[in-house]
Design a protein around this ligand. Structure first.
Ligand SMILES: *Cc1c(COP(=O)(O)O)cnc(C)c1O
Length: 398
């Protein structure tokens, strides 16, 4: 079937939860995609920061193929070697001591919310200690608890009553956080860099102050690294840029090279609150996805992709700044590593449509911010190719 035929069928059978572009990708390699009509595209969205290793990374493909023939699924009633090995890799490369596996970012945050509530109530012997403070313009997922945690009305609209026990503060404002803490507060949950919020990078000392506030009041600091983790910022985890250590961290998106997975990591004393029967997931950390997770982390670390993300991030940022000098509608260019935003004075949706027509996949967050999250394996040549297309589009908009 060609792309138009697939789209016609999608109209008939798929719920319209997404505003989809008229593109039907069927094959990928590195930073390139091909659609059902055989058209080639340069991918600067990478499945929304999922394909950090590019499409079909050979190490991930090999791990999935080998594991699929060995064992695909097995119950969490039993011990799963790949899950244990992936937990070891994550813990030895982070602040954390223990991992819990699930299937998505939202589920990882659900697990963090449940753990924070149980731990805090038990530790302080106070059943009223359940509130979690999150940031305005944050994004934590689409399940009821994570919609409640997400500080954006457009995500919450139509679905109330929301889960009780969340309050919201402006991001990058330590005083607002200090003022919002109450005896009910048990934790704060932030993205180290807001992704859906428009690539918002906080000031260098913000999280140091957040950590101090948490320590002063006995609050858990939860970092949602679902989007910014796994090498995207040039470090394995984004918190490493801010000279702070969280108590709990959530991961998903790029963790298994495109296989659906989520993880929630914590220090030992906190993790101990999750006793048998308190939380679980049928598929969470199954042999197949954790094989892909192990292969992905090894590729990130052994193929020098953290340095590459930093280098290519600097290069891309520089090229975007060059465009900023040329076009007045570009008001800001910002980011760390390959997590980069370009803010415009006008809505950026048209640019994404024009990019698609010219074979480049771009993305917009918060209406006016183009978000660049290409695979970390992106080359200078590919950056140049994207910049040339973007330059052409901006020129036409003048
Ligand atoms: C994508 C994302 C989520 C939700 O992940 P899903 O896998 O879609 O449930 C949560 N937090 C952040 C920061 C995200 O970017």
């Amino acid at each position: 079937m060609n792309a138009a035929q697939w789209i016609e069928k999608a109209d008939k059978y798929i719920m319209k939860t997404y505003g989809r572009y008229p593109l039907v990708p069927v094959r990928g390699e590195g930073c390139r995609l091909w659609d059902a009509d055989g058209m080639e595209y340069l991918d600067f969205l990478a499945g929304v920061a999922v394909n950090n290793l590019g499409h079909c990374h050979p190490r991930v493909v090999a791990a999935l193929q080998a594991q699929a023939a060995e064992m695909i699924h097995c119950s969490n009633y039993y011990h799963i070697p790949n899950q244990i090995a992936l937990a070891e890799l994550l813990c030895t490369h982070s602040f954390a001591d223990k991992a819990f596996f699930c299937n998505s970012g939202a589920e990882a945050n659900e697990a963090a919310i449940k753990l924070a509530r149980k731990y805090s109530r038990e530790k302080y012997g106070d059943p009223e200690r359940y509130e979690i403070i999150t940031a305005l313009a944050s994004f934590h997922g689409r399940t009821m608890a994570t919609v409640s945690a997400t500080g954006q009305e457009k995500v919450q609209k139509f679905f109330d009553p929301l889960l009780h026990g969340f309050s919201y503060v402006p991001f990058n404002d330590a005083e607002a956080l200090a003022a919002a803490v109450s005896p009910r507060t048990c934790a704060v949950m932030f993205e180290p860099i807001q992704g859906e919020g428009g690539v918002v990078v906080p000031s260098v000392d913000y999280f140091r102050k957040v950590r101090e506030i948490c320590d002063r009041h006995g609050l858990l600091l939860i970092f949602d690294e679902v989007q910014v983790g796994m090498g995207r910022t040039g470090k394995l985890f984004a918190y490493e840029h801010f000279d702070v250590t969280p108590d709990i961290m959530t991961l998903a998106k790029a963790l298994a090279g495109g296989a659906p997975i989520g993880a929630m990591l914590a220090k030992d004393d906190i993790a101990a609150s999750f006793t048998p029967g308190t939380h679980g997931s049928t598929f969470g950390g199954n042999p197949l996805v954790t094989a892909a997770g192990i292969a992905s982390i090894r590729a990130l670390l052994e193929d020098g992709l953290l340095n590459r993300a930093e280098e290519m991030g600097e290069y891309l940022l520089g090229e975007l700044e060059r465009l900023q000098e040329k076009y007045a509608i570009i008001t800001d260019v910002r980011g760390i590593g390959l997590m980069i935003g370009m803010e415009l004075s006008v809505p950026a949706g048209d640019i994404v449509v024009k990019g698609l027509e010219r074979g480049v996949l771009l993305n917009v967050a918060q209406d006016k911010v183009l978000r660049f999250v290409p695979p970390l394996v992106v080359t200078k040549q590919e950056v140049n190719e994207m910049i040339a297309v973007l330059d052409g589009i901006l020129e036409e908009m003048k």
